[in-house]
Design a protein around this ligand. Structure first.
Ligand code: NAP
Length: 253
């Protein structure tokens, strides 16, 4: 259970090697923190993060998690809870960007990316929500994206998967009202991370640490949606209402 300052005792990161996810864990860490569980495809790849996050005394462990193994998600959450107890903050940070030009020629690759970004988030999100509802407390943070707010031609497979995830997360949050548990939807713009390595930064690009600051403030103030950086809320409010013919001509990459 979080203390009166909103500091969590237990954090589960789904996508345990995500740069943004790990920055959020570091930002939420305090002397109150007792357990961090990094759920990753390759638990061995979390060794450096386990050492760094555990330096202040918290128990940090890695467990195997694959977003595409939807049948195993409920059992995974049960097993994590059996090991570390109630979950105060769960961060759903896994995802793949992929390449639209590859998807155009390989529908199977597009479907695989959508399975990770959307189907895997639905399955694991529902398993987490069942636990938070039963506990009567806890926050579930979803890494959505501005790419889902107005889907553009240059990355419409990724963007549509994030649009689906965003809608799911909002509805799940509504369904949890009154339960004591809550959902925070995070809509970052371009973040300099492993996912975007080698890509030309978009306007208003940001860092994992800055996204983590926005998430921490959002959790503290009970927000249900946050944008990173905040100005993108107004940029995308405008984009959302532009006629298609105008939107298609914007140099958005
Ligand atoms: N970077 C951006 O510009 C940006 C902007 C908006 C939203 N986001 C979203 O923010 C989230 C975190 O992104 P990031 O920037 O931190 O990128 P990242 O460092 O590349 O993290 C992506 C994570 O997803 C995991 N993952 C991929 N496929 C998986 C699968 N099948 N099962 C389990 N885990 C899987 C990766 O694990 P492995 O180590 O095993 O590959 C990695 O931990 C993503 O959902 C992304 O879509 C990113």
């Amino acid at each position: 259970m979080q203390n009166s300052f909103g500091e969590p005792q237990t954090i589960l990161l789904l996508g345990g090697t995500s740069d943004i996810g790990l920055a959020i864990v570091r930002r939420l860490a305090s002397p109150t923190l007792r357990h961090v569980v990094l759920a990753c495809r390759e638990p061995d790849s979390a060794a450096a993060s386990i050492a760094a996050l555990g330096a202040d005394g918290a128990d940090v462990r890695a467990v195997a998690f694959d977003a595409t193994d939807t049948a195993g998600h409920a059992a995974l959450i049960e097993s994590v809870v059996a090991d570390v107890g109630d979950l105060d903050v769960v961060i759903s940070a896994f995802g793949v960007l992929g390449s639209q030009s590859e998807f155009d020629h390989d529908p199977g690759a597009a479907a695989a990316a959508v399975t990770v970004n959307y189907t895997g988030a639905v399955s694991s999100g529902l398993a987490v929500a069942a636990q938070l509802r039963a506990q009567g407390h806890g926050h579930l943070v979803f890494l959505s994206s501005v790419a889902g707010e107005r889907v553009r031609a240059s990355n419409f497979v990724y963007g549509s998967s994030k649009a689906g995830l965003d809608g799911f997360a909002q509805g799940l949050g509504d369904s949890l009202v009154g339960s004591g548990a809550s959902v925070l939807v995070v809509r970052p713009g371009f973040v300099k991370s492993s996912m975007t390595e080698g890509m030309k930064a978009a306007p208003f690009s940001t860092t994992p640490e800055a996204v983590a600051d926005v998430v921490a403030t959002g959790l503290r103030s009970g927000r249900r949606t946050v944008w990173a950086p905040g100005i993108l809320r107004f940029v995308f409010m405008t984009f959302r209402h532009l006629p298609g013919a105008v939107f298609r001509r914007l140099p958005l990459g």
